[in-house]
Write a protein that binds this ligand. Structure first.
Ligand code: CA
Length: 430
C-alpha cells in the first residue's frame, strides 16, 4: 500500500474513496444556502473549496488561467484548459494537503465537511452522447429480440451511440420520476396503450468529460483522443423499456431514455486513474479488422474500474435491511471500446466536441451471472425476477426503489480510490 499521506485525518481511512491519491473534482455549495456554486476537491470526508483557496492565495503558483478557472461555478473552463492543466492543479492541491505541507492552517480554513454540502452536475453539459460498448449487453438484449442474430454486424466495426439529452442530467440524490408514454399492450402486439412505464430500468455506466474538444471539420486522431478525456464519473442511464421498445425503430431511443440520467457528483481525474491503466479487452474472434482511425498506432489502454450496483426497496428500508448488491461490472473487461476510440469515432466526420461534453460508456455488462448492467438482463426481461432479502421480487424498478452505483480502482501495491455514489430514488410522476 503506497498511499500518499495527508494531514486530513479522514483521508487516511482505509475505506475512503478519496485518499490524497484521488482528489476528485465537484461543484458544490453549503446545503440549503443560496451561495454561488463553486468548485471543490474531495479529500477524505472533506471538500477543499477552490474558490476560497484562490482568495487565500493558496493557488498563486498556478497560471492566471487556471486560477480564473478555479473560481468558476462549473468545471467547463477548467476542462477547456486540458488534462495537463488539470494535472497541474491536482499536483498543487496534493502539495497543500500532503502530510508534510507547510501552511496547513490556511488550507484547513478552506475545508468543509462533505456532509454539509449539496452538489450540482459538475459541468454545464452542452451535448451528451451515450454509446453501446459491451458485447455482453448487446448479446443479451439482442437474444431477446433476434435469437438467431443477436449482435448486429455494425457493433464490431464502430462504437454505436445515440445523442442523449443534457437538460435531464441529474446529480446523485435527485429523484427520478417514472415516465409515462405509449407502449405495447402485450409483447408482440401492435396495439398500444398510454400510461406510466411498467418496465423502468437502470443502466450501469461510466461517464467521460471532454476537455478542449475540437474545431468543426477537424477529427481527433485516436492516438490524441485519450488526452481529451479529463475525468470520469459514474452514470446511470435510466430507461423505460416498454416506451423504448415501441419508439426505437427506425430512429433510435427518444422518450424511453431522455427523461433522466443520473451522475455521481465527483469527477475522478485521469491523472488519478493513470496507475489503473490496463490493456483493453481483446477483440471478438468474429470481429473484422478495425478501420485505421479506430486503431491506435501507439499505446492502447483502458482503465480497470470496478462498478457495484445496489438496490433497496421501501420495505427493505422499513426493516433496516441494507441495500443488496445486484450487479458487479468491470469497465476494462466489459467495454470493447476505449473512451479514446469513442472520441475518435465521434469526431471522425468533423463533428465538434466542446469542453464539458459528456460521453456515456454504454451499459457495462460482463459475461457472468450477476455482472449484467441492467434489470432487463438481470431478470431476463422480467421472466426471472430478482429475489430480495425482504422476500420481495423485482422484475423492473418500482416506486420508492433506490438504486446506488459505486465504482472503485484497486490493485496490489496501489491505494484504493473510489468515485463516490451515484444514487437516486424512483418517484411517481408529479
Ligand atoms: Ca445507455
Amino acid at each position: 500500500m503506497s498511499r500518499r499521506l495527508s494531514w486530513v485525518a479522514s483521508a487516511q481511512d482505509e475505506a475512503t474513496d478519496f485518499p490524497l491519491d484521488n482528489l476528485p473534482l465537484c461543484v458544490f455549495r453549503r446545503a440549503g444556502s443560496a451561495q454561488a456554486w463553486r468548485i471543490g476537491a474531495g479529500i477524505g470526508t472533506q471538500i477543499l473549496d477552490l474558490r476560497a483557496a484562490v482568495t487565500a492565495g493558496l493557488l498563486d503558483p498556478l497560471s492566471a488561467a487556471l486560477i480564473e478557472a478555479c473560481s468558476q461555478p462549473s468545471l467547463n473552463a477548467l476542462f477547456a484548459l486540458g488534462t495537463d492543466a488539470v494535472g497541474a492543479l491536482r499536483s498543487r492541491l496534493q502539495d497543500l494537503l500532503a502530510e508534510q505541507a507547510p501552511d496547513t492552517n490556511k488550507t484547513a480554513g478552506c475545508l468543509l465537511a462533505q456532509a454539509e454540502v449539496e452538489h450540482t452536475v459538475p459541468a454545464q453539459v452542452g451535448d451528451y452522447t451515450d454509446f453501446l460498448s459491451s458485447y455482453h449487453h448487446a448479446y443479451n438484449v439482442g437474444m431477446m429480440l433476434r435469437p438467431n442474430d443477436p449482435v448486429l454486424p455494425n457493433f464490431h466495426t464502430i462504437p454505436i451511440a445515440y445523442h442523449g439529452r443534457s437538460s435531464s442530467l441529474l446529480v446523485s440524490g435527485e429523484p427520478v420520476y417514472r415516465p409515462r408514454g405509449v407502449q405495447r399492450v402485450a409483447h408482440g402486439s401492435n396495439d398500444t396503450r398510454f400510461g406510466p412505464t411498467a418496465r423502468l430500468d437502470l443502466e450501469v455506466e461510466l461517464g467521460a468529460f471532454i476537455g478542449p474538444g475540437n474545431r468543426r471539420g477537424h477529427a481527433i486522431p485516436v492516438d490524441e483522443a485519450g488526452a481529451q478525456v479529463v475525468g470520469l464519473c459514474v452514470l446511470n442511464d435510466w430507461s423505460a423499456r416498454d416506451i423504448q421498445s415501441w419508439e426505437t425503430q427506425p430512429l433510435g431511443p427518444f422518450l424511453g431514455k431522455n427523461f433522466a440520467t443520473t451522475l455521481s457528483p465527483w469527477v475522478v481525474c485521469t491523472q488519478a486513474l493513470a496507475p489503473y491503466r490496463t490493456e483493453p479487452a481483446p477483440r471478438r474472434p468474429e470481429a473484422p479488422a478495425l478501420d485505421a482511425y479506430l486503431q491506435p498506432a501507439g499505446e492502447h489502454w483502458t482503465y480497470e474500474i470496478h462498478l457495484e450496483t445496489r438496490l433497496s426497496t421501501p420495505a427493505m428500508r422499513e426493516r433496516s435491511l441494507p441495500a443488496v448488491v445486484v450487479s458487479r461490472s468491470l469497465f476494462s473487461r466489459d467495454s470493447v471500446w476505449t473512451f479514446a476510440q469513442m472520441v475518435a469515432h465521434h469526431t471522425v466526420n468533423g463533428c465538434n466536441l466542446r469542453p464539458g461534453d459528456l460521453l456515456g460508456s454504454g451499459t457495462l455488462s460482463g459475461p457472468d451471472v450477476g455482472s449484467e448492467g441492467c434489470m432487463l438482463e438481470l431478470t431476463r426481461a422480467g421472466s426471472k425476477p430478482l429475489q430480495l432479502p425482504s422476500g420481495e421480487e423485482r422484475r423492473f424498478l418500482e416506486d420508492g426503489d433506490e438504486v446506488s452505483i459505486t465504482a472503485f480502482c484497486e490493485r496490489p501495491g496501489l491505494p484504493r480510490i473510489g468515485f463516490g455514489q451515484c444514487v437516486a430514488r424512483i418517484e411517481q410522476a408529479p
